[in-house]
Write a protein that binds this ligand. Structure first.
Ligand code: LMR
Length: 395
């Protein structure tokens, strides 16, 4: 039977991780997978997480099962963090997931249970795993216009036209903040236009919220999600704790769903529980419990908020420094947008051949579409990176 298996397409981001590890050049620069690194080049365990782990080690008396939706206190804490009072909590249901990817998968599986024939609309461009997951679960998909690569700006007229034409019951994936891979998010006024375009369609939005707090701060980064929730009757929010709590390998995430009534929310919760049961029964608890402890304890929460601000400030400073170094090296403002874009990623606007030359000739690793993880950059590497980009990508 197993001989019938076909090779699977490789994930370009994870393939790049392996290529980088295998490269023996001492001065190699990793701008591939989206992980934050501090000034020592380390993806640290956050201090608040360490403290919570210590407390948990002391106080935890059982590793007995939680519930199929995970620890309800974690789900509620994430609801309060992400949604605040944008929606009546009675209309909300949630479940812990295996990281942000698990939350997206859970959200899409829920949509498929409700409407197997619904088309999933994905921004062009988007995180490649969106397409891969939708293909794997066999839902029809389409892209909608999001970004104009020539202008390095959102294609708002294209996006509004495409979203306005989405069919009732279809699913629209939107990045809540820190768009992956472009780093370009709509302004609040543009988000209002997006909500208005979608509000007559009957489409269900799935918000991918993987970088909350890494753009302009928690409240600012949550604003678009809250606007969507307040303006549309049914919204699914897939939240990751990988980046903002630095819990990458612990796989903490949550899916939060707003239905049209309390009865609908109860039905959603039961379906999420069943979906978890069918995949792995109980979602992993360790990372989720740490998040819940941090959010519930004033001192831990203050420490985490401060650490998150440091991470965000570092990323935004790296963005400004890189934009400046590129202006000097390339003698043009062609890369000025790196300074104003937000989150971990920006796209270089390089051809696949230029990306290959940067990798082969300069040991600089970025995703094939020119996506760079600026959050992984070392300040000392900026001059060399800027010179290499200017040399390979010309003026
Ligand atoms: C990324 O886009 O690099 C991250 O979200 C990590 C991943 O799983 O792809």
């Amino acid at each position: 039977m197993l001989e019938a298996l076909k090779p699977q397409p490789e994930d370009q981001i994870l393939m790049l991780m392996d290529q980088f590890r295998a490269d023996t050049r001492a001065d190699k620069i990793d701008l591939g997978v989206g992980v934050y690194r501090n000034s020592q080049g380390v993806t640290p365990v956050m201090g608040a997480v360490k403290s919570a782990e210590r407390q948990l080690w002391e106080s935890q008396t059982t590793k007995g099962y939680t519930s199929l939706i995970g620890d309800p206190a974690f789900v509620d804490a994430m609801r309060d963090l992400v949604i605040g009072d944008a929606v009546d909590p009675a209309r909300l249901a949630g479940a812990a997931s295996v990281g942000g990817t698990g939350a997206i998968r859970l959200g899409l599986d829920l949509a498929r249970l409700a409407a197997p024939q619904a088309t999933v609309h994905i921004p062009d461009p988007s995180w490649p795993n969106h397409r891969a997951i939708v293909a794997a679960i066999g839902m029809p998909m389409k892209t909608f216009r999001y970004f104009d690569a020539d202008e390095n700006a959102l294609d708002m007229p294209g996006m509004i036209a495409d979203l306005g034409a989405v069919a009732a019951g279809d699913v629209v994936i939107l990045h809540g903040c820190c768009h992956n891979p472009t780093g370009s998010d709509p302004t609040p006024a543009q988000w209002a236009d997006i909500v208005a375009a979608l509000s007559g369609t009957g489409a269900v939005v799935l918000v991918d919220l993987a970088y909350l707090g890494l753009g302009d701060g928690i409240e600012a980064d949550a604003a678009a999600t809250r606007m969507l929730l307040a303006g549309l009757p049914e919204v699914i929010v897939a939240v990751s704790c990988s980046k903002n709590f630095g819990l990458y390998r612990d796989r903490a995430g949550v899916v939060l769903v707003s239905g049209q009534s309390a009865a609908q929310a109860a039905l959603v919760r039961a379906n999420l529980a069943t979906l978890n049961r069918l995949s792995y029964s109980f979602p992993a608890d360790h990372g989720a419990r740490l998040v819940e402890m941090i959010l519930a304890d004033a001192a831990l929460r203050a420490e985490w908020t401060e650490e998150l601000s440091e991470m965000r400030n570092r990323i935004n400073a790296l963005r400004r420094d890189l934009a400046e170094a590129l202006r000097d090296a390339a003698g043009s403002d062609r890369f000025a947008h790196f300074g104003s874009q937000r989150g971990m990623f920006s796209r270089l606007g390089a051809t696949p051949d230029e990306v290959r030359r940067l990798r082969e000739d300069h040991a600089i690793y970025m995703v094939g579409d020119g996506r760079m993880n600026i959050a992984g950059l070392a300040k000392e590497d900026i001059p060399r990176l800027a010179r290499a980009i200017a040399e390979v990508c010309g003026q």
